[in-house]
Design a protein around this ligand. Structure first.
Ligand SMILES: [Zn+2]
Length: 404
């Protein structure tokens, strides 16, 4: 039953909007969502700090980097975990420069995302897009286990002249906006996004590094470029020189209106890996296939082959990815190569519930996860119930802030 629901929801973005919306409601009911489950309440609810949680991870040695901002924010982790994969959204309110295509803005997905962020469209219009970052910062502050989040900018599609193509861009979150707003809020780190096809890509890369970016995030299937293109070599060499890791979406993408999935084949990341860039494969290739082989196996092969290859475990608890976290954890090539990420706000929607995993973990641990109303606390508990060890949660800070 769960497997067949999983196959069905995987096709959800191919359905007309209203059918897709009804379908999400249906699986929510079928799955017996407990009333306190995330997706029902605001991410800001969950402030029970009295419950006994994990032991705090040991602190990483102090940095020698001069940036005040990064050191201050690392202190703001308060000995808790760092989440490498958190999204924000914006409609351009408050002069943010954010942009959302009219198709995505009309889609049922937009409303689900706003609800998961704990905001309404009217609140964004009244207070500006930075309100979403207030919500994320408050959610992180209230979390027992997670003390910091790398919030991700999102570059768009670049046209033949090297400029942003607003007609083909679905979501745009400018680096300038995010660099400025993350700096003001405790627990938030700046994850930059630069399409390497920009005419001024190298200059932008230097600029985001100077503004304190801890990584560069891509979704090639949405931003419409090939990571394996040799024209990207100067960009990769500059990333390596700056010590900026690349967080690249791998696997089939279903959160947008359409995607060119072959561009997120993990094998396309061999070029930056060979050039020595630290590459984090988001979602470890899950789900989908390329050349008849599951993307997850193509990603794991790279983990075994390149010392600078890593993967995050974000979104691997979603209903369309059941069983994949255990599969990744069981592979020896993945040992020491996985880092913690949530893919918020998707963990705060009906796509995720501890009860989707009843055949894969102890019921008492799943119940404990379901009782957590803070989405990050539920995510950590659920992934622990499914076998993710403490070193995976500690590894994000070590990998992203080690040289800062
Ligand atoms: Zn994501």
């Amino acid at each position: 039953m769960i497997e067949s629901r999983s196959r069905l929801i995987e096709k959800i973005h191919g359905l007309p909007a209203e059918i897709g919306k009804l379908f999400v409601i249906l699986i929510t009911i079928l799955s017996g969502f407990p009333p306190h489950c995330h997706g029902i309440e605001s991410p800001l609810q969950g402030k029970d700090s009295s419950a006994k949680g994990l032991q705090s991870p040991s602190r990483y040695p102090q940095s020698s980097q001069s940036s005040q901002r990064v050191d201050w924010n690392r202190d703001s982790l308060r000995g808790k975990y760092l989440d490498c994969h958190v999204h924000t959204a914006g409609i351009g309110a408050g002069g943010s420069g954010c942009f959302l295509s009219s198709t995505l803005r009309r889609s049922y997905k937009f409303k689900i995302y706003l609800r998961a962020f704990g905001v309404t469209e009217q609140e964004l219009k009244d207070s500006g897009d930075a309100l979403v970052l207030d919500r994320i910062s408050a959610g992180i502050s209230a979390s027992k286990f997670v003390g910091g989040a790398v919030v991700l900018a999102m570059d768009g599609v670049i046209d033949a002249t090297g400029a942003l193509d607003t007609n083909r861009t679905q979501v745009y979150i400018p680096n300038e906006f995010l660099a400025k707003e993350t700096r003001k809020r405790p627990g938030l780190f700046f994850g930059a996004s630069v399409n390497p096809r920009r005419a001024d890509a190298l200059r932008v890369l230097d600029s985001v590094a100077a503004q304190g970016a801890v990584l560069v995030k891509w979704i090639p299937s949405i931003m419409r470029f090939d990571p394996a293109d040799s024209a990207n070599i100067p960009f990769y060499l500059e990333m390596k020189r700056l010590g900026l890791p690349l967080l690249s979406h791998t696997g089939k993408e279903s959160s947008f209106i359409d995607a060119e999935d072959s561009l997120c084949d993990p094998a396309r990341l061999e070029l930056p890996l060979r050039l020595g860039v630290t590459v984090i494969m988001a979602h470890c290739g899950v789900p989908g296939k390329n050349h008849g082989e599951p993307n997850v196996d193509r990603a794991i092969r790279l983990l075994g082959r390149y010392p600078n290859a890593y993967a995050d475990i974000s979104s691997l608890t979603q209903i369309n990815k059941l069983g994949f976290l255990g599969r990744v954890l069981s592979r020896p090539e993945a040992r020491g190569k996985l880092i913690y990420g949530s893919d918020f706000p998707l963990v705060n929607t009906p796509l995720v519930s501890p009860y989707y995993h009843v055949f894969r973990a102890h019921l008492t641990e799943l119940r404990q996860a379901a009782r957590e109303s803070n989405p990050w606390d539920q995510d950590v508990r659920l992934k622990q119930a499914l076998g993710a060890s403490r070193d995976i949660f500690e590894a994000t800070e070590k990998l992203l802030l080690k040289s800062k």
